[in-house]
Design a protein around this ligand. Structure first.
Ligand code: IVH
Length: 670
């Protein structure tokens, strides 16, 4: 075939395959037979092999998976990927409705209800209609670039039907049937099976080799737009329609509800029906429909106030409690853990459940050998609900907490007002190990590939005694470890290295200062910006920071007073670990005081040519102003770009100040 002929045939094939693919995978309504589709795909693959100069990154052939990657790049989410608050019953839903109504100054809420798909949250970015990047949620701020794997999901269009620049979010998942087939195949070759479709989906998308994901028959439902330029969407259900119009796949079971009673009815209808769905869901997501109302309600630190996840009642299972183990945590607290005869609860095998402390064991009257009811709290954490006293045989044995640490044998103490027993030996190996595990965990430094098992190995071999040692690890040392090949060593060293540039709050949280959780660490990092400034701050200075209480301020001062801590920080600094805050800046009081935007409500309208909407919004917010979507008497200023329409007219009618984009840029230039 001539080159020009090949080029036009390739283009034709791509066009056909995209169209057929969209009907088949996106709309679940095929318009040609599978055989015909496969034949055209084969023809395209072979033409691209003969004429590699015509291969493009959005060709439908990328669906079969390209070359393996050495590791996943990290991706910063400009708009954080948050989680949702939970509701477990009708009362919780009515409380949610009440809170929403209280939060809204005018207007009644209406709701959009959707199935909560049990998969993996992902964010897809399209530029001028072209799929450019897909990422996992990660810790909500930083995820992993899994574009290659996502391209193998056929219901993700590589090109949208419009040339828009947009970021959409959704849930990638494995249909129940694909999950069954996959596990049967795994069983046949003696490989370990996946516990549930969610793990299988996550496991497939976190494979470095995209050929694996390509074989796994994954699918996706998109459920929100996180960024868009110049669109006039005003409600969530409109957003869903628009997503669909672009050729992206949405779930068809969503329902618009005018009142909370309708929401409750919808929720109840799925308790039974969910078993018949071809994919797994773990609840229902309820969202305030009007975007303007969502904006008014805003967010708490963790989740939006305008949405909630109803979780289906947890499955309860009976099993035998065969023993009680003791665990020593990072802060020395000794926790009893129930050892259970393995049972499947809500899709995964449960073998252990925390019993928290001795009081709880007494309260529930738990004895070794009892038959117990087990469930997963919030569908995640296994818990012993109660003992089936009627099944006792008399053979059951009482349990008593030890007097000495099961790990280092020093005497345990009960601190004032605490139920917990603690080991207070600072050199207790269990505490050190747990501290290391905490340091590498997701909300702390987030070192991939360094889980509990590897930490235990490194610690046992004497390679790592404190967190600074992690940054001193050498290839030669790691390669000696059991189950560590060349590739894993390289990946691990890379993963450790990349965390050196983490923003300060990750380190601060990772150090494990008592009472300083991830959120407080962020507050401190944003406020003080460097670790030196925190070290130098006295009790009063710390306490004066919003959200930092006495207990925490005290603990921070005590922590940094320790010579060992000062040495550790010096060592980490020398090893190249970043100790400054690198996230978005708080506006300085000086900037804000001078700002014409302080406490002002501003509306952006029309097409901005020199700034994106987001940039303009960030500028306003950094200067103490608030951006809203519609013009009312409360609006202080309207910034009007090109072709501004009804919002500009309304502003003029209400006599509100209007600035051009030019004027806005001049006023905000420093
Ligand atoms: S909306 C601000 N809608 O559930 C968060 N989430 O805790 C907005 N999920 O990991 C999320 N189906 O990936 C939303 N229809 C749906 C969903 C859904 C599944 C997941 C989501 C997130 C978790 C929320």
């Amino acid at each position: 075939m001539e080159k020009h002929e090949a080029k036009s045939r390739i283009e034709k094939l791509r066009e056909l395959l995209n169209e057929y693919g969209h009907h088949y995978y996106g709309l679940d309504k095929p318009i040609v037979s599978d055989a015909e589709y496969d034949q055209l795909m084969q023809e395209l693959i072979s033409l691209e092999e003969q004429f590699p100069e015509f291969i493009t990154s959005d060709s439908p052939t990328v669906r079969v998976g390209g070359e393996p990657l050495p590791f996943f790049d990290k991706v910063q989410h400009d708009v954080p990927m948050l989680s949702l608050g939970n509701a477990f019953n009708e009362d919780d839903l009515r409380d949610f409705d009440r809170r929403v109504r209280q939060g809204l100054t005018n207007g009644e809420p209406t709701y959009s209800c959707e199935l909560k798909i049990d998969g993996l949250a992902v964010s897809l970015k399209y530029e001028q209609g072209k799929f450019v990047r897909g990422a996992t949620r990660g810790d909500g701020t930083i995820g992993e670039d899994i574009t290659q794997n996502l391209k193998t999901i056929r219901s993700i269009p590589l090109r949208l039907k419009e040339e828009v620049t947009i970021e959409v979010r959704g849930e990638a998942f494995m249909p129940k049937s694909s999950f069954t087939t996959l596990n049967e195949a795994k069983e046949a070759v003696g490989e370990e099976k996946f516990a549930n479709p969610r793990n299988a989906a996550a496991g497939s998308l976190r494979q470095l080799n995209p050929k694996v994901a390509a074989k796994r028959n994954l699918d996706i439902f998109l459920y929100s737009i996180s960024r868009i330029e110049n669109e006039t969407i005003t409600s969530h259900h409109q957003a869903l329609n628009y997503i669909k119009q672009l050729g992206l796949k949405i779930n068809q079971e969503s329902r618009y509800c005018k009142r909370i009673d309708e929401v409750i009815e919808y929720v109840q209808s799925w308790v039974e029906k969910r078993a018949n769905l071809p994919y797994e869901i773990d609840g229902i997501v309820i969202k305030v429909d009007a975007l303007e109302q969502q904006k008014t309600l805003g967010f708490t630190a963790k989740s939006p106030r305008w949405a909630i996840a109803y979780k289906f009642p947890a499955e309860e299972v009976v099993t035998k409690l065969t023993g009680i183990d003791l665990n020593v945590g990072r802060t020395g607290v000794v926790t009893p853990t129930a050892i259970l005869e393995p049972v499947t609860v809500a899709g995964t095998t449960v073998k252990r459940a925390s019993l928290h402390n001795e009081d709880l064991i007494r309260e529930k009257d738990i004895k070794i050998g009892d038959s117990v009811v087990v469930k997963k709290a919030g569908d995640i954490i296994p818990e012993v609900v109660n003992v089936l006293l009627e099944l006792r045989t008399g053979e059951e044995q009482d349990f008593h907490m030890p007097t000495h640490c099961p790990e280092c044998e020093s005497e345990l103490v009960r601190l004032e007002e605490e139920v917990a027993l603690r080991c207070i030996n600072p050199k207790c190996p269990a505490q050190i190990r747990e501290g290391l595990t905490h340091f590498v965990s997701r909300n702390a430094m987030n070192i991939d590939g360094l889980g509990e098992r590897v930490i235990a190995q490194l610690f046992a071999e004497g390679l790592v005694e404190d967190v600074a040692d992690l940054y001193k690890l050498k290839r030669e040392q790691l390669i000696e470890l059991e189950r560590m090949g060349e590739k894993s060593v390289e990946n691990l060293l890379n993963a450790i290295e990349t965390t050196k540039i983490n923003s300060l709050e990750k380190l601060l949280f990772g150090l494990g200062i008592r009472f300083v959780g991830a959120k407080a660490a962020k507050t401190l990092a944003m406020h003080f910006e460097t670790i030196e400034a925190i070290q130098e701050a006295d009790f009063e200075t710390l306490k004066s920071v919003n959200e930092i209480g006495e207990k925490m301020a005290n603990s921070i001062v005590n922590y940094f007073e320790q010579v060992e801590v000062q040495d550790l920080i010096g060592e980490l600094r020398e090893l190249g670990v970043n100790m400054t805050y690198t996230g978005p800046k708080l506006p300085s009081t000086e900037d804000v005081k001078e700002s014409p935007f302080l406490n002002k409500t501003i509306v952006l309208t029309g097409k901005l040519t020199q700034l994106t909407r987001d940039e303009a919004k960030q500028k306003i917010e950094a200067l103490g102003g608030k951006v809203t979507g519609s013009v009312s008497k409360k609006t202080d200023l309207v910034v009007a770009g090109e072709d501004a329409g009804s919002k500009l007219a309304k502003a003029e009618q209400l006599g509100i100040t209007v600035w051009s984009e030019e004027q806005f840029i001049q006023e905000t230039a420093n």
